[in-house]
Design a binder for this molecule. Structure first.
Ligand SMILES: Cc1ncc(COP(=O)(O)O)c(C=O)c1O
Length: 471
């Protein structure tokens, strides 16, 4: 039988194979590397050219238990042999769904008693907006600067971290208001305050974020928004990530989320917490919003995806009991939501996270990573190290010591790391390197990643021959 054309290109081993193949895929999907992935295990991914890459991106945080964890693979194989799919409108439930509900109720706030399952984070965000509008009979949704909630029309409308997610796609979903978010490193109030620098320091150990102060300007701004732009009686929900992931790994100052909870309570506004990127153990707690000390903050709707099923497409949301009042049967659904294969994968993922104590590993390895980045900040222009557990970032400065970083410098560092077989990604509209390794990552792998990063920073910042190879 004649070889199919693209398979033949791949088998020829030509260095241009990736670009030939990509000619048949959407050019609107951006690629940060040009290798073709073949197989993977743990923290490593192997490409068809025989290279082994250390993965500090983990499919943007989806691979919570690492690549192809044997228990997750086994659960998928077993489930595939007994029931691949059964549409959620046809049966009351499936056995893997029952197992998943039990597990989810163990790890979510007691007030979150109702669940809805979908296939992607964006789809779950759209459904959360539907629930909020349907329940409150109000239209407005308040989101924040630097947010990312997805690429579908509803999710895109509440995404503000980069113009290119929305550019050219208007009209967007209406009735969205964008509120300021505390980006402390660039906060003008902090810069102008005589004690401002002591509010905010790069600290390698412990949990620096609890010590960081806030000028409270964003909360004041939100209160004005409710007076000037979006009356509380028109405001259905406030949607926020516990840490802005795509927006630059921005950890809110300690009082910020409790203040949002209080404002929502005062006005009957629903608080939607989007845990798609930082949930399921990544921060060292099951959920990113659980780090708030003192007054516990509980969402009205919590959205999850990515890490919940180790990279298998799956997502969902959990809500307070009464929130579905006002939504009649049929208003929510979908062919693949709550599918048994995805539910079985999620059950295995949650079991592995528990059995292998991956929350503790996320905390310990996160500290190791942050400490290593702070050490690198002594030699290279790293302006800030931030994150929690295994979502961690380094914001870069400029090569010549200028106040603002050169555009493209973070991408140049990820390219330099890629040439050394370390996968990294960037975040936000500024120059930020982001780390989202699997929760199973070892001490040795973090050391190796830091070592390669050091070499890459040296190449980009100190080599006279270095050019910004961003393309
Ligand atoms: C916080 C957050 N919400 C929603 C999404 C969208 O998820 P998906 O890509 O599964 O649609 C993402 C994806 O990165 C995310 O980080």
């Amino acid at each position: 039988m004649p070889k199919r054309a693209l398979s033949a290109v791949l088998d020829s081993g030509a260095t241009s194979a990736a670009s030939v193949i990509r000619r048949h895929l959407s050019p609107a999907v951006a690629n940060t590397s040009d290798f073709i992935a073949e197989r993977a295990s743990g923290s490593y991914i192997y490409s068809t050219d025989g290279q082994k890459h250390l993965d500090m991106v983990a499919s943007l945080g989806a691979l919570s238990t690492g690549h192809c964890h044997p228990k997750v693979v086994n659960a998928i194989q077993k489930q595939a042999a007994s029931l691949i799919h059964s549409q959620q409108n046809i049966f009351a439930a499936t056995t893997p769904l029952v197992g998943l509900l039990d597990r989810m109720m163990e790890i979510t706030a007691p007030s979150l008693t109702r669940f809805f399952f979908a296939n992607s984070g964006s789809e779950a965000v759209d459904n959360a907006i539907k629930i909020a509008r349907g329940h409150t009979k109000r239209q407005n949704i308040i989101c924040f600067e630097n947010s990312f909630h997805g690429r579908t029309y509803g999710a895109m409308a509440v995404t503000t971290c980069k113009t290119y997610y929305r550019q050219g796609f208007a009209p967007l979903m209406p009735q969205v208001v964008v509120a300021p978010y505390p980006y402390c490193l660039h906060c003008k109030v902090r810069e102008a305050h005589p004690d401002g620098d002591s509010w905010y320091k790069v600290q390698p150990n412990g949990n620096p974020y609890e010590a960081r102060g806030c000028c409270n300007a964003p909360i004041d701004a939100l209160k004005w928004i409710l007076k000037q732009q979006s009356a509380p009686s028109d405001t259905a929900a406030i949607i926020i990530e516990p840490i802005m992931g795509e927006g630059g790994v921005l950890v809110p100052p300690p009082g910020f989320l409790p203040a949002l909870r209080q404002i929502c309570n005062e006005h009957g506004i629903l608080l939607i917490i989007d845990e798609v990127q930082v949930g399921v153990g990544r921060t060292g707690e099951w959920w990113g919003h659980q780090h708030v000390s003192g007054t516990a903050i509980e969402p009205d709707i919590m959205i999850f995806a990515k890490g919940i099923a180790s990279g298998f497409p799956f997502a969902g949301l959990a809500t307070r009991e009464h929130l579905f009042e006002g939504l009649s049967p049929g208003t929510m659904g979908g062919t693949y939501g709550a599918g048994p294969l995805a539910c079985a994968t999620a059950c295995a993922t949650l079991d592995v996270i528990k059995e292998e104590k991956l929350l503790d590993n996320a905390t310990a390895r996160g500290r190791q990573l942050a400490s290593g980045l702070v050490e690198l900040a002594e030699r290279y222009p790293i302006l800030d190290v931030r994150g929690r557990g295994l979502i961690c970032a380094a914001e870069l400065g400029s090569r010549g010591g200028a106040a603002s970083a050169e555009p493209g410098i973070a991408a140049a560092v990820t390219k330099a790391a890629g040439r050394r077989n370390l996968l990294l990604c960037t975040a936000g509209a500024r120059e930020v390197l982001r780390f989202l390794p699997p929760l199973t990552v070892s001490e040795g792998e973090i050391d190796k990643a830091l070592h390669i990063l050091g070499e890459s920073l040296e190449e980009v910042f100190n080599s006279s021959a270095a050019q910004l190879k961003v393309a």
